[in-house]
Design a protein around this ligand. Structure first.
Ligand code: SAM
Length: 214
């Protein structure tokens, strides 16, 4: 099969690239990861209108947000079975992911699990969540020779060292906002939630505790 790893952007369908749009119009099957059984894939929500206009197989395997390797292995096995059961004869498959496929996405894990079946591969970049955030907030992320760092988890081993040596910071999955506030001290911060979705929220440049408890 030919596998496409497609970044569908941060959530606003208009931020999908023309290349991604064209591929999604033609593939036999679309695989859209979701974090739990009860939830819909946000990547799928982004491309919903395009899919509605055509007839193709859609699979939404669950990839839970867990570090438990044994549990993950089980879910990957299930995902493989699900994809093969529904699309065994598919020649083209698109794995869609929010933002960009190289940025904290499950895409390269998916590729590992299906590697034996992939004859050809194409990866389509997408607008990242933080590009959408800075554009919505209308602020530069970095200028001149400034350094920007991405911190996916404030508990990461090097987080404090990276914070100290960066001019600008991106916190992804910012669960512990109190801790982030402590780490930043008096620095300005913008909190962007679900940018491009109907329930988008943008707070800042300085946000209070009451504002971000949602
Ligand atoms: C697993 S990472 C995936 C990042 C994605 N591949 C990218 O390129 O932006 C998911 C995190 O990205 C951030 N994110 C993704 N989409 C977003 C959006 N539309 N608005 C705000 N944050 C978003 C959130 O912090 C979320 O927890």
């Amino acid at each position: 099969m030919k596998l496409y790893g497609i970044g569908v952007g941060p959530g606003d369908p208009e931020l999908l690239t023309l290349k991604a749009y064209k591929i999604l119009k033609g593939v036999d099957m679309i695989v859209a990861p979701r974090s739990s059984e009860g939830k819909r894939s946000r990547a799928l929500h982004t491309v919903e209108k395009i899919i509605k206009e055509r007839d193709c197989i859609v699979v939404e395997p669950v990839f839970p947000m867990t570090k438990d390797r044994a549990k993950l292995k089980l879910y990957w096995k299930k995902a493989r079975e699900e994809v093969l059961a529904k699309g065994n004869s598919c020649e083209t498959v698109a794995f869609i992911t929010l933002g960009d496929p190289s940025m904290y996405s499950t895409f390269y894990r998916f590729l590992e699990v299906f590697n034996d079946l992939v004859e050809e591969l194409e990866v389509i970049p997408g607008v990242t969540s933080f590009s959408a955030c800075t554009s919505t907030a209308q602020v530069p992320l970095v200028e001149g020779t400034e350094i920007v760092s991405i911190i996916p988890d404030v508990k990461a081993k090097n987080a404090m060292r990276v914070i100290e040596s960066s001019d600008s910071l991106i916190f992804l999955k910012p669960k512990d906002l109190d801790k982030i506030r402590d780490m930043l001290g008096n620095e300005k911060a913008i909190l962007c939630v679900k940018v491009g979705f109907e329930d988008q929220k943008l707070l800042g440049p300085v946000f209070t505790r009451a504002q971000y408890s949602f």
